[in-house]
Each structure stands twice: as C-alpha cells, then as structure tokens.
Design a protein around this ligand. Structure first.
Ligand code: PLP
Length: 393
C-alpha cells in the first residue's frame, strides 16, 4: 500500500485481507463522490432542511463578561436534529451507502448517540439498521436503546469481552466481513481503518466551514483559538479542519482526565498513552505492556474510548494542535455554569471543552476570540446528573 490513509506514522489499515477489499471499494466510492456536484447538492439539502444547518455561532456574552477575558463564541452543534454533531456524519455516509446500492446498514455504539444518529438516517432513507452495542452499555443506556428501536433499528447486545464499545466495534467489523455484499458499516468517529477517518472528517468539516465564515462575518478576523472535546475526535477534527492552514489559530483538543491523569482512571490517550494499534489503525492508545487496550473512565460515556483519531495523533506530534485535559469534576462544574449563565445545558462531553475555555479565557485580553464547539446538548445527561446529585446528599 502507498501512503494512503496515513497521517505521519498513524492511521493505515491493519485489517484481514477480506476486509481490505471491502474498504478499498468504500475508499473508491468516497473519492468518486466527495466532489460530485449532485452528491453535494443532495447532502446540502438534507443538512439544511433536515439537520437544520447552518447552526449559529453564538457569542456567550454573559459567560465571557463573567470570566473577564476573551470573547467566547459557541458553535451550536447542540441545535442540530438529534442534538449533536453525529448526524452530520451519518447523513453523509447514508448517501454513500445509497450510491453503493447497499440496503443493510450496521453500526457500533457505546453510549448510544451514534446508534441514534444512524437509526435516524436509516429511518429517513428506509434502510435496514442493525446496531451493535455492548450488553453492559445496553443496560446503562436503556433509554437510547428504546430510542433506536422507536426509529426502527434492531439493537444487538454484544456479550463478549468487556461487553462495551470496543467489543461492539469488533462485532460490527466481523459482520461486515461476512455480509459485505449487501452491507454498509457506518462508523461513528474519526477513527478506524482507512478510509473512515478521512470520510468522517470530510462530513464533519461542515462545522469549521460554517464557523470560519461566521466569525469572519461577525468579527472581521479569525479567532485566536478553537476548542473541542476529543473522544474519537470527530467533532474536534470537524471544527479544526478549515482552520488547520491558518497558522495564527490555536487548535486545542480537550481530553477527558476522569478522576485525574495520575489515577490512571481517565480516557486521555494523547495526554497519557503511547502509540499502538486498535481496531485496524495506529494512534495514541491507552494500553498495557502487551499493547492491549486498557479500561477507560470518563463521566461522559461519549468520550470513553482508549484510542483517538490518527490525524489528532499526528497533529499532536507535529505541534499544530495542542491537547489538554479536564477532569470529571471540572467538566461537571462547566456543565452547571453554562446552564445557569447562558441558559444552555451542554452535553457532558462538550462540557470538557467549555471547562478549558473557562480556564483559558481569563488569561487572554478582552479583544481575543475563542470558539468552543458545543458538540451536543445535555438533555441526555440530566438523569445521570440528577442521580449523582441525589446520591451525594
Ligand atoms: C459522541 C460525542 C462526542 C465524542 O465523539 P467525537 O468523535 O470525539 O466527537 C462528543 N460530544 C458529543 C455530544 C457526542 O455525542
């Protein structure tokens, strides 16, 4: 293979030969359609009419004033249909599946957010939808299982291994090998073997395409920094994408430090992991001596993954992007602050990015500009927070 799908030493496609051909077909289809005017017209139509794009770039004036430093703008992915950025990717991929004539869609999900976004796209396009989900996760996220079922999807509990996201990905990849004649695997983050990281970035880049235009219209200049939380890295690479060539713009990815990096109970592979291979690609990975992925912890289920996108691994090594970390408690504090001060309840994942912006803004001058990607809304998290607060009393 050529350098295709590599970001420096990261990425690639470390998969069995049966899967190589399937992924090559997907890569060829993506190359064929990503610049195709008809394809993009259809994509734009659904992003506008169904997802509700463009969403606002909102100046959080009260929060900025309270912190006494940089102006903080929020990119409102939380206002998208289904409440997060994930729908940008599933609408894009479902249109690829349609071009390939594949009518059976499979996906993995951890917390259930990608499962819901996939089931939504499948309902819209009348496709069979099978979601692999670790059995443990189906219990923890019973409401999301019900949502997927309402949308017409079949949720398959995965009972092997730790019965969580990692095992769900393995099950989905096996299904793809067996059923590739009629099946499309819709991957949910900027991870996995080539061409998935490139596909997911392409469809999430709409976030920075809009944000860049919006900040130029409002401020007449580029921001000083752009911030996003990093799980697998799809919302972060989406808001970074169009700013990468703008060397004056700091790109800041915020990893979940859980109980604290020093406790080992976190999900911050760039901050505290080392290069390794997971799910067919190379990246920074939380792994043991044998290179096996370690268990992770984060207050936000959507950030709970031991690996990270290959392009983030590369942007870290080259220094183009900075990666920092925020603990559960700091994220929780930001969750409450944004809710009270701006009347916006953020997803716990997004709260990590808000928390770092709250640290950074006061160190900057009042004419500085930060853009925080508000990747999702917190409605899905209020039950968890409610129970945590009740148990504390
Ligand atoms: C899934 C999710 C994330 C984490 O995924 P990335 O691929 O890192 O973006 C972040 N925020 C929300 C709201 C999510 O649902």
């Amino acid at each position: 293979m050529s350098n295709e799908g590599f970001y420096g030493e990261y990425g690639g496609s470390f998969v069995p030969p049966e899967l190589k051909n399937v992924l090559q077909t997907l890569a060829d289809t993506f190359e064929k359609f990503k610049g195709n005017p008809e394809f993009n017209e259809e994509l734009d139509y659904y992003l506008r009419e169904y997802v509700g794009r463009p969403n606002p770039l909102y100046l959080a004036e009260k929060l900025s004033h309270q912190l006494g430093g940089a102006k903080i703008y929020l990119k409102r992915e939380d206002l998208n249909h289904t409440g997060a950025h994930k729908i940008n990717n599933t609408i894009g991929q479902v249109l690829l599946a349609k071009r390939m004539g594949l009518k059976r869609i499979i996906a993995e999900t951890g917390a259930g957010q990608h499962g819901v976004a996939t089931a939504t796209a499948c309902a819209l396009f009348d496709l069979d939808c099978i979601i692999y989900m670790g059995e443990e996760d189906t219990k923890r996220q019973a409401l999301n299982v019900f949502r997927m079922e309402l949308l017409g999807a079949k949720v398959v509990p995965v009972t092997r291994g730790t019965k969580t996201l990692k095992d769900a990905v393995d099950a989905a990849l096996e299904d793809l090998v067996m059923n590739h004649q009629d099946t499309f695997y819709m991957l949910g983050s900027a991870v996995g073997p080539h061409p998935y990281p490139a596909i997911v970035k392409h469809f999430q880049a709409v976030i920075s395409r809009e944000a860049r235009r919006q900040v130029l219209a409002k401020e007449g200049r580029l921001p000083d920094a752009v911030l996003a939380c990093v799980g697998g890295g799809s919302n972060a690479i989406g808001i970074f994408a169009d700013f990468i060539p703008d060397q004056s713009v700091r790109l800041i990815g915020v990893e979940p430090a859980g109980y604290g990096i020093e406790t080992g109970k976190h999900a911050a592979p760039i901050s505290a992991g080392k290069p390794g291979i997971i799910h067919g690609f190379k990246c920074y990975l939380m792994s043991d001596e044998q290179g096996e992925p370690l268990p992770t912890h984060s207050i936000s289920a959507g950030l709970d993954y031991p690996g990270v996108g290959p392009e983030h691994s590369y942007l870290h090594d080259t220094g183009r992007a900075e990666y920092v970390h925020i603990t559960d408690m700091e994220a929780l504090d930001a969750f409450h602050t944004l809710s009270k001060v701006e009347g916006i309840i953020p997803a716990l994942e997004s709260s990590h990015a808000v928390a770092y912006a709250m640290k950074l803004a006061p160190t900057m001058s009042k004419d500085s500009i930060l853009i925080v990607n508000l990747s999702g809304r917190g409605d899905k998290d209020v039950q968890q927070i409610f129970e945590m607060m009740r148990d504390k009393q």
